[in-house]
Design a binder for this molecule. Sequence first.
Ligand code: HEC
Ligand code: HEC
Length: 213
Amino acid sequence: MSRSLLKALVSSLAVAMAGLIIAAPASAAGDPVRGKALGYTCLGCHGIDTYKNVYPTYSVPKLRGQHAEYLVAALKEYRDSERGHATMHAHASTLSDQDMQDVAAYLSGTEVKTAGGAPAGKVPAAVATCQACHGRDGVGIMGMYPSLSGQHADYLEHSLNDYRKGARKNAIMAPFATQLKPEEVQEVAEYFSRQKPALQTVPRNEKALTAAK
Ligand code: HEC
Ligand code: HEC
């Protein structure tokens, strides 16, 4: 598919999907207090900013500030093996749907919101297609579109390459990832990792949570 055709499709797709979301019944919000107890083991990796996956080596994704809705979707994809990662499959398989909601509410904390500022640094041409869903500054415009702002660049690059290879299966992202030229993959990953407000690593010694949101 040509890039211009893709661009034309993007906005209509984004709008159509927004309609689907509004039509779906609102899911109950997770309980971050319960989620904190469940999420304790997750911090062994997601609570350390420099933690790396090995073979292949890339940074463990930042989860604080990410949309809770997307975190739940990601956990289901690992559980159902639409997304391959042995450790994450094992963790997700132990969680019920309610557990996922709760752990996602805790890990995401306060979701990043777009500040509407000017983009940081040179904007690669390839980024134009991404903004309909991931926002100008990398803050996903809806809960199902992950925020990319401030995420580790090597993780973003790894994810894009997984979509390109079909190792990560997603009907929406596959065409956008495959239309990137190899040199653009790194460029867009670095661009989004520079943007603010940035996703964060979950702090390991966070104060006790008191109220459910
Ligand atoms: C041994 C380290 C490790 C542990 C423990 C761990 N994770 Fe992960 N997690 C990873 C890695 C590595 C990835 C990226 C895998 C990939 O490339 O898909 C990941 C990805 C994720 C993602 C997807 C993020 C995104 O941006 O798509 C979520 C959500 C997640 N983990 C939640 C959890 C939860 C919840 C727990 C605890 C129940 C947990 N993880 C425990 C290493 C870990
Ligand atoms: C029509 C909406 C849409 C467009 C346009 C789009 N994306 Fe996505 N993107 C998504 C959705 C939905 C997901 C989550 C898919 C999944 O669950 O694997 C996603 C996931 C991602 C991820 C993985 C994030 C993570 O935390 O693992 C990256 C990286 C990404 N997109 C980058 C891009 C780039 C770069 C472009 C432009 C070339 C782009 N996207 C265009 C909807 C879109």
